[in-house]
Design a protein around this ligand. Sequence first.
Ligand SMILES: Cc1cc2nc3c(=O)[nH]c(=O)nc-3n(C[C@H](O)[C@H](O)[C@H](O)COP(=O)(O)OP(=O)(O)OC[C@H]3O[C@@H](n4cnc5c(N)ncnc54)[C@H](O)[C@@H]3O)c2cc1C
Length: 394
Amino acid sequence: MSQIEGFREETRIWLEKNCPTGAKGIGQVPTGSTKIKIEDPDVTLWLDRMIEKGWTAPTWPKEFGGADLSTEEYVVLIEEMRRLDARPALGGMGTSMIGPTLLEYGTDEQKQEHLPKIAKAEVAWCQGYSEPGSGSDLASLNTRAVDSGDHYLINGQKIWTSGAQWADWMFCLVRTDPEVPKHNGISFVLLSMAQPGVTVKPIRLISGNSPFCETFFDDAVAYKANLVGELNKGWTVGKRLLQHERSGMASLVGAQSRDPGATLQEVAHSYLGTDREGKVADAALRSRAINHEINDAAFALTRKRTVQEAEDGNTPGPATSIFKMYGTELEQDKSSLMCEIRGTQGIGWEGSSFDSDEIEWTRSWLSNRAASIYSGTNEIQRNIIAKRVLGLPD
Ligand SMILES: Cc1cc2nc3c(=O)[nH]c(=O)nc-3n(C[C@H](O)[C@H](O)[C@H](O)COP(=O)(O)OP(=O)(O)OC[C@H]3O[C@@H](n4cnc5c(N)ncnc54)[C@H](O)[C@@H]3O)c2cc1C
């Protein structure tokens, strides 16, 4: 038996023994937030066991709470978790965004300080990038950070800060030099959300949810020890973080892309009926569903190839924009088809005339609208692909 086959067998046995029922299927994935209570004891048990194994951040070095897994082993772990329908024990921006960025750009002290807390689920992070007036043109941001001895004093405003109301720390882009061209005066800092200079106001949506916030800084403090990368070179660090966000290794492997309920084929057969040859009766929708499945299969193969080609468990560079753009459009296409196939049953929001899958897909169709906006809109991804991947002229 090869080393990797042995690892798969050990992993399968360990997961079967240690993943409790309440950590399978759809449900809560902790972020490490000190402000969110974990309701189900199974979720806590699963988290504790995975932390002990180093599998909340599997490819990170052991000294930072990881398990030092190779890319190949990591893929096996994710495949085995999916086989069991096990949820990730820990999610959020710590393991997927700021952690990998600190591994590349952080000082030894920053890694020692922040990475183990992330891997042990002791802290949740939020992203302070967008500002009113600075979204796609992020480099025009105005939040000002002024040198004040051992720290920077920060004044300004961020917006659309996902989960800021539950976050303990923020990674943030700030302007440290307003006199130079816009990309050259930005720095990347880490700051605690638990300080008097930070005010968070959740933005209430029509659905009643508040997935994101406005975040105000009035003399907020970011210590110089928490400047990541060089002063005024934050644009490079900030862009790299976006690449991790757009296509972390876990999402490339497909760990988090579980769909609720039945497959597209099953739904089409059940709602549209079957013709004499056993095909889905509605020819137009049948053809769109098949087209979707072919594209989905091709995309899965492209992701698999990319993961196999990655040498160090790291996310690729500008090519991540392809995964972000294509992946979100594919998801939008799927949720749209899922609702169209269901006809009037595909527009259920609540009530007993709709089953849980119907309601789940309506909500997923609506929430998926945001996927081509956050983490940089898909128009911006097309610009990056044109310039940085295809090398087309400006
Ligand atoms: C659900 C959700 C969660 C988010 N979470 C966070 C978060 O945690 N932290 C954070 O900092 N931000 C967050 N954002 C903000 C997100 O990054 C911005 O919404 C996004 O970058 C677009 O910026 P904007 O909203 O200012 O739109 P604009 O930049 O004003 O764009 C408006 C339209 O113009 C188009 N456009 C703009 N410039 C160009 C161009 N050069 N070429 C072609 N088309 C262009 C855009 O594609 C878009 O269609 C979140 C957004 C959403 C929807």
